[in-house]
Design a protein around this ligand. Structure first.
Ligand SMILES: Cc1cc2nc3c(=O)[nH]c(=O)nc-3n(C[C@H](O)[C@H](O)[C@H](O)COP(=O)(O)O)c2cc1C
Length: 196
């Protein structure tokens, strides 16, 4: 099987543990990950997960450094900003309402936003793992626009039917659902089997 190449964008919404879990799942599956983190994404990594700075080591995946390509979010000339960069899908995780709005409008001022917009125009898989609560009508309309363009909105709202015991279990469930959507294999407990 060909090695997958996935673009990941991290923005300033709550949910950095989901990103850290997805990143590890992708890398463990031998995926090449191309990563950009917005300024507020960096802040959320620090506020929620005590991570200051973005590197394979700081993100807890030093053993996969050669498969993790990190970009400056201000570099709109980076390879992932171009439709000529071939990849198997992009995940924006977590996705803020700000970045959702940029993707839906097509007015992009950062590498995460531009790469997502290009993913839509090239008709590739775009996963938008949005987090905000409650949702405004603007958020809902932006979600409709992205969905109409082929994007997949994934609210960061884990299910509890697998009876999670820890926060890690909850994170694993949501991370597994996201990784499923880009066709990467994993062993997270997401498959429902009825007990009745
Ligand atoms: C601690 C903290 C938590 C935040 N949580 C959210 C959130 O869950 N959802 C959201 O849409 N914005 C949230 N924000 C606001 C965004 O970070 C802000 O709108 C920012 O402009 C997003 O920029 P970005 O999309 O370039 O990352 C949060 C900000 C901070 C500082």
């Amino acid at each position: 099987m060909n090695r997958k190449r996935i673009v990941v964008g991290v923005t300033g919404a709550s949910g950095s543990p989901y990103f850290l879990r997805v990143l590890r799942l992708l890398l463990e599956a031998n995926t090449e990950v191309h990563l950009a983190v917005s300024d507020l994404g960096k802040r959320l990594l620090f506020e929620e997960s005590n991570i200051a700075g973005v590197s394979a080591e700081k993100l807890g995946v030093p053993e996969f450094e050669q498969n993790l390509i990190i970009y400056n979010d201000k570099d709109l000339g980076a390879s992932i900003a171009s439709g000529s960069f071939l990849h198997d899908g992009m995940i924006v995780l977590p996705c803020s309402s700000n970045t959702l709005g940029a993707i839906s409008s097509g007015i992009t001022n950062s590498l995460v936003q531009r790469a997502a917009s290009v993913t839509l125009k090239e008709r590739r898989t775009l996963i938008v793992a949005h987090r905000e609560s409650p949702l405004s009508l603007i958020d809902l309309r932006n979600m409709c626009a992205v969905t109409e363009c082929g994007g997949i909105i994934v609210p960061l709202s884990p299910g509890f039917y697998m009876q999670p015991k820890t926060i890690g279990d909850i994170v694993d469930f949501m991370a597994g659902k996201i990784v499923d959507l880009v066709g990467v294999e994993h062993t997270m407990p997401v498959r429902w089997k009825s007990s009745v």
